[in-house]
Write a protein that binds this ligand. Sequence first.
Ligand code: LLP
Length: 428
Amino acid sequence: MDFDLKTNEKGNLTIGGTDALELADQYKTPLYVIDEERIKYNYKRLYTAFSSYYSDFKIFYACKANTNLAVMKILENEGSGIDAVSPGEIYTSLLAGFEPSRILYTGNNVTDEELKFAVKSGVRINLDSVSQLKRLSKIPEAKGTKISFRVNPMVGAGHHDHCITGGPLSKFGIMEEEAVDVYKMAKDLGFKPIGIHTHIGSGIINPEPFMLAVRTLMDISGKVKEGADVKFDFIDFGGGIGIPYTPEERKLDIKDFAEKITTLYQDKLSEYDLGKPSMCLEPGRYLVGDASVLLTRVNTIKQSYRKFAGVDAGFNTLLRPTMYGSYHHIVLAEKPLAEPTQKIDIAGDVCESGDLFARDRSMPEVKEGDLLAILNAGAYAFSMSSQYNSRPKAAEVLVSKDVSNIIRERETFADLLTKQNVPVRLLK
Ligand code: LLP
């Protein structure tokens, strides 16, 4: 099992040195608890692995994984840049203190207004289609904006079909065949393209498809350099590095991965005489995924046709199991290392049958009132949460060296109603 479960003298699960049971008592449940030191450790681990082989290495945190300002600030302090996919993410990143030059905006199917917002913000724009390029060229202030293109290298990988973003079915990027012409067109329109980008999918534990994407993007970069006379300042391979979610999965050997990718990168730089552009990655999950647990309290044990433990969170709080069938390991906060004695379904509180965190999960005895910790809830958990069933969104707490701070307050019923208006004619 590649999970880093820590306990205290009482045997209780601790997160960032703090007792999970105490956190649940203090801040109530459901509660996302985020470990600051773990985020820093993940960043350093990745940065050191790659930069020791290729010094001009840059990380652009894919903030869609978790846009809490405190989380973003931690990564800003570490020296990260940002991969932003929407004006909202640009806005949040600027507020978190990221310099516009360290924000790469990769939108897809963007409106003219969104392009204008990105231009005004001064961020780098990574274009996804010829349509975007043409529309960008009509914005007078866009002259001088640093641009790049996202290319579909016809390689895809990911933990679920929804998370594969390269290959023939993908809506993302321009085609390899059109790359040279698109870069030429960008130059003809007065732009200075300085980068090239790809992102083949999310949740990749096997290095092979990633290596193939690197090889392909480098070959495309070589063609674009030759055919369109482009000098690249950066080459960006996107995000996608997976983390273990099941006890059987193993962590990717990041040093070995870094060595393989950077060796290939440097070989291809020399092969095509591409100079020494920055090498960029856009990890989301790798940086924050295992830095958080979702604490949820069991309120109902029910023996129906099956045995259920009903908890006070649901797919409004953590969508991944319902949306992708994703496995999230679940432990009893009081005895995280206890041996399983039964198989049980762990069900949420949303009125849909698909609202299950686990089916037939091997668990120790679970009682009403017990606290469960759902692991690896740092990426795509809060950021994909909703108010479905009129449930206020849960709180987020940041822990570091025995100190805990609330970094997002629990929503109230009033928050469910902000922005709503009832037309006067309906009021009697
Ligand atoms: N760069 C781009 C352009 C992306 O679209 C993404 C993720 C990333 C970087 C970061 O990927 P990561 O390193 O986190 O794998 N909701 C899904 C994941 C969707 C990812 C979308 N794009 C999930 O919960 O698994």
